[in-house]
Design a protein around this ligand. Structure first.
Ligand code: PLP
Length: 392
């Protein structure tokens, strides 16, 4: 199977080879059930989970008891939002989130609204940034939680999570951070940022799919969030279901290996942007004026439909919008929230790089994109009008 040039790493990533190796023996030999502590096979699996939990806790600088393993970020988000809403009913029903959140957050918020929650969706500016004063002023007596992503999956725009955490702490409101696109790409020291709850997902940092976790700061344990998945008493009753030992082991190794490669990824992303600007006219990099995650580049190709570019360059795996909304006929809600016209939103591609990309691939991708964009535009009356200054 030819991989082509894979630039869709915010959708998912290739498994890290060390992670894959570490996982293999838990399929073939250490396949015991980690809850069957009566025999050695079970204890071996259980120790593997303990080791992985300690490794992840060390990387995030938290306590291993503060981590709960889940099937990924979508489950974690459902668990936290629904759980906090349920447990905090006596304090209030108001949750604050951001209009550019991932669908896993937005759809869960919509479902909570039907159950009586009041949700404030904070707007963003043209760069995808929120107004911290507006956030502070939106927190009320009955606000039970602020839910914000650390970095946006489409644009890579970073929210000032340390400042947000300080505001939430001062206002005595829980902060839940969807760090799915952040963990594994940037280092995070949980001992120095007062995030109360945070989620992550292994397949975004070269770990296996279907595994992730939630960090619950010890002091928030008292909330006693009800388990979304009920059954056995794995994870001290917080998340039932037989442990996926190979995946948990793989996630820890992948996390350990991923953070160190980010400087290399960032220089490659900067090289990509420099090259694309040098070769293709009339493009705009969304979120460029603000801090962005190291691997992402979200680009408008003026009056050149993203779907057409993708069709003309099948060698490149790239994305228009987020993978979870592919197939949708609507423009990206993230780009619309940043004030883009439908035309610009439909002419935008997301490039997301990883440690498995190199300069040779980027050069090839730029050459392919230059040819296809120029060929599409040469047959486009609307692009001609734009070039002639007759439309904006
Ligand atoms: N949150 C963000 C910011 C994401 O980018 C994604 C996946 O694209 C998710 C949540 C959902 O993650 P998962 O695939 O682990 O359910």
């Amino acid at each position: 199977m030819s991989e082509g040039i894979y630039l869709d790493n915010n959708a998912t990533t290739k498994i890290d080879s060390d992670a894959l190796n570490a996982m293999m023996s838990y399929f073939t030999e250490g396949y015991g059930n980690a809850s069957s502590l009566q025999h050695r096979a079970g204890r071996t699996a259980s120790h593997a989970i303990d080791g992985a939990r300690e490794k992840i806790a060390e990387i995030l600088n938290c306590e291993h008891r503060e981590l709960i393993f889940t099937s990924g970020a979508t489950e974690s988000i459902n668990m936290v939002l629904k759980g906090v809403f349920e447990m905090y009913k006596t304090k209030g029903n108001h949750i604050i989130t951001i209009s550019t959140e991932h669908k896993a957050v937005l759809m869960t918020c919509y479902s909570l609204e039907k159950m009586g929650a009041e949700i404030t969706y904070l707007p963003v500016d043209a760069d995808g940034k929120i107004d911290l004063n507006l956030l502070e002023n939106s927190i009320r007596e009955d606000t039970i939680m602020v839910c914000t992503m650390a970095s946006n999956n489409e644009t890579g725009v970073l929210h000032p999570i340390t400042d947000i955490a300080e505001i939430c702490e001062q206002k005595n409101t829980l902060l839940f951070c969807d760090a799915t696109q952040y963990i594994g790409k940037h280092a995070l020291d949980l001992s120095s940022v007062s995030i109360d709850i945070l989620c992550f997902s292994a397949h975004k940092f070269h770990g296996p799919k279907g595994i992730g976790g939630v960090f619950f700061r010890k002091k928030t344990r008292s909330i006693g969030i009800p388990s979304l998945i009920i059954g056995g008493d794995q994870e001290h009753g917080h998340r039932a279901g037989t442990y996926n030992v190979p995946a948990i082991v793989g996630m820890a190794v992948a996390l350990q290996n991923s953070v160190n490669s980010q400087t290399q990824v960032e220089s490659l992303r900067n090289y990509f942007e420099q090259q694309i600007e040098a070769h293709i006219p009339d493009i705009h990099i969304n979120g460029r004026n603000t801090l962005r995650i190291s691997n992402t580049s979200n680009i408008i190709f003026k009056y050149t439909r993203a779907a057409d570019i993708m069709q003309h360059t099948p060698q490149i795996a790239v994305s228009s919008g987020s993978a979870c909304v592919t197939g949708s006929k609507d423009p990206s809600h993230v780009l619309k929230a940043m004030g883009l016209s439908d035309e610009d939103a439909f002419s935008t591609l997301r490039f997301s790089l990883s440690k498995y990309n190199d300069k040779e691939q980027i050069d090839r991708a730029i050459a392919l994109l230059t040819t296809s964009v120029s060929s599409i535009r040469s047959r486009s009356p609307i692009y001609k009008l734009y070039q002639d200054g007759l439309i904006l």
